[in-house]
Design a protein around this ligand. Structure first.
Ligand code: DGJ
Length: 381
């Protein structure tokens, strides 16, 4: 009798804790900029992320940033969350982890950013690409990494990191640019001459042998199943659209330069009503700047800038509502319904960075975004 009493006294607080933990309120609306609790009540730690829809479920992959309490760098990598309704997300753990071995370039201390996962119908495998920087080298390496898995939630097996398109010229690169000899060191950085030389392929030539730089990136899978790796190249001055091989694990060597010399990053591409749209940002580190929209009729076509897609106050438009694009997500079951996914970075504590999700609306055939502090999918017709 005594023993029994003792047990129930000890278990009461535990019971109470369990009830609290299991009775987390469901999320009923998107609240951009606020803490977004997962099904265990913890802020979703998946930044610079991307979502794929597979077998009636959304899977969100993103940068798992160590929280202030976490000192163990071997816990760093790419997180995965799953959801049926886009509001309530279950933590599926780390899909890709750094490799605890100094011989590996994916070792603790390296940087993994903007991971994107796509499914290859031919091989039945899930392929993850991510921006990879080497330990202690800042953003100098500018590599793209690839990993693969038979299961969507992982674990993903790291294959390699590389600089794409070594030894090949872009498809839209004029002959005279290939022959030019002017170098970065000949010109004053930022001068008009330098800007012209950059547009005319200064860095393409510099990186020709070793491969082109790949920093901020996304992956876009077109209607015909062809996938494109879109990355900030040429010292972040120009975007490259690089075609992937049929198994999505390598580059074919076919690539184009997009918006040369215009300094875009954070690319997010989608297709709607016969046209391709791309959201990007300027390059101001972790600080937000104005979003930009570009449009094309073909993925390898002529991309045209059409201005700032934000429709807020002047101050809000200057900083994209305090966000930087990461993906434009098609909503399953609705036609032409998309969500703008952005990050509001908190560099002092990246794990706490906020998710800025807003409905994509339309104005004269182009997508625009407005601020809604609290909204749900009924907003998307
Ligand atoms: C802006 C990029 O979009 C982010 O992914 C990150 O690389 C920061 N720069 C680092 O300053």
């Amino acid at each position: 009798m005594r023993n029994h009493n003792k047990r129930s006294i000890i278990s009461l607080p535990i019971l109470f804790f369990c009830i609290i933990a299991n009775c987390q309120d469901l999320n009923h609306s998107f609240k951009p900029g606020q803490i977004w609790p997962d099904t265990q009540g913890k802020h979703i730690n998946a930044h610079g992320g991307g979502i794929i829809y597979f077998n009636d479920t959304y899977y969100w992959f993103g940068e798992y940033r160590l929280t202030r309490l976490e000192k163990d760098k071997s816990r760093y990598g790419v997180s995965c969350y799953s959801s049926k309704d886009l509001l309530n997300w279950k933590n599926e753990g780390l899909a890709l982890k750094v490799i605890n071995d100094t011989a590996s370039i994916l070792n603790p201390g390296c940087v993994i950013e903007r991971p994107k996962v796509i499914y290859n119908k031919k091989t039945g495998k899930f392929v993850m690409w991510f921006h990879h920087e080497l330990k202690g080298q800042g953003y100098k390496a500018a590599l793209t990494g690839v990993a693969v898995s038979n299961n969507i939630t992982g674990p993903y097996k790291y294959i390699r990191s590389l600089r794409p398109n070594a030894g090949v010229w872009p498809l839209n690169f004029p002959e005279e640019y290939k022959k030019a000899t002017v170098k970065d060191s000949d010109l004053k950085n930022g001068s008009d001459e330098w800007k012209l030389a950059v547009r005319e392929g200064l860095f393409i030539r510099r990186d020709f042998e070793g491969g082109q730089m790949a920093r901020d990136m996304t992956i876009f899978v077109d209607k015909d199943g062809k996938a494109y790796h879109v990355h900030a190249a040429e010292e972040n001055m120009t975007l490259h659209f690089s075609e992937l091989t049929d198994d999505y694990l390598d580059f074919t060597g076919r690539y184009i330069r997009v918006l040369p010399g215009e300094s875009n990053e954070a690319p997010a591409i989608f297709f709607s009503k016969g046209r391709y749209f791309m959201f990007t940002s300027g390059t101001t580190g972790w600080k937000p700047n104005a979003a930009r929209l570009a449009v094309a009729n073909k993925i390898f076509g002529e991309w045209k800038s059409v201005g700032n897609p934000c429709r807020g106050t002047e101050d809000e438009n200057k900083i994209a509502f305090g966000s930087q694009s990461t993906q434009i997500l098609p909503v399953n079951g609705k036609k032409n319904a998309f969500i703008y996914m952005g990050d509001r970075w908190i560099p002092e504590n990246l794990a706490d960075s906020r998710h800025i999700w807003l409905p994509v609306e339309w104005e004269n055939g182009n997508p625009v975004i407005k601020w809604y502090p609290n909204w749900n999918l009924s907003k998307l017709k």
